[in-house]
Ligand binder design. Structure first.
Ligand code: ADP
Ligand code: MG
Length: 226
């Protein structure tokens, strides 16, 4: 794919809940291969924008395009599983009745995955350092292990875009640093386009120097560099 092509285009998006405006005229372009951070205080609408991009929510007005294809508008919604996105929620949200390997493989089966996906899954398992956990059930995983599995599950189907919504909440700082390093390494190695949501400046600076800030429903571009 052309490295400089626009992968995600969000155009003049508006969203209200119960007549309260949450997102106001949001426009955003993310290029293929780029990592961007989305920041903003709690309640500023970050998760709402995330849910709109993933297709879990419809806009009141505006459009979302993935590789020039209209996927969301007030009238059109391509379902989440047809968007070829990798999604990591604030809590790991693993399926409790499946072991780690089944969690990962099930995610790839639900999607239209490219050939050679099993070799790729194998690579992801090593990169996320979860091989010893493959037969474990989610209830016995530590917080850090469960996050690594949820990231592996999102990466496994080789999504064109990864979206992570505060994926490192409630981890201690040593573990957080290690996970950040891991996320940065795998996204670079797999040339994954990434939207990373956080309210933590340190995380933001580490992931990317391109940062958008949401405040009172309005999105602005700022740099995280010093
Ligand atoms: P953030 O992720 O930045 O903390 P959210 O996008 O979760 O913010 O929420 C933005 C605002 O929208 C909050 O005030 C929240 O209470 C409200 N909100 C989110 N989802 C809903 C919903 N389904 N119904 C009503 N209000 C909602
Ligand atoms: Mg949120």
């Amino acid at each position: 794919m052309n490295q400089s092509s626009v992968l995600l285009k969000v155009s003049r998006l508006n969203k209200s809940y119960e007549k309260r405006k949450i997102l106001e005229n949001i426009s955003l372009e993310v290029m293929s291969g780029e990592s961007v951070v989305l920041m903003g205080p709690s309640g500023s609408g970050k998760t709402t924008l995330f849910r709109l991009i993933t297709g879990l929510e419809l806009p009141d007005s505006g459009e979302i395009y993935l590789e020039n294809r209209l996927v969301s508008s007030p009238k059109i919604s391509i379902p989440p599983f047809q968007r070829n996105l990798g999604v990591v929620f604030q809590s790991p949200a693993l399926w409790p009745h499946m072991d780690v390997l089944s969690n990962i493989l099930f995610a790839t089966q639900k999607k239209d995955t490219p050939a050679g996906i099993h070799e790729f899954v194998d690579l992801v398992i090593d990169e996320m350092e979860i091989r010893p956990l493959l037969k474990a059930y989610p209830s016995r995983l530590s917080g850090g292990e469960a996050r690594r599995v949820s990231i592996a599950r999102a990466l496994a189907s080789r999504p064109r875009l990864m979206l992570m919504d505060e994926p490192l909440t409630n981890l201690d700082s040593t573990l957080k640093d290690k996970m950040l390093e891991m996320i940065k390494r795998v996204t670079q190695e797999f040339e994954t386009t990434l939207i990373y949501i956080t309210h933590d400046d340190t995380e933001a600076r580490y992931v990317s120097d391109k940062c958008y800030r949401l405040n009172n429903g309005v999105l602005t571009l700022e740099s995280t560099g010093f």
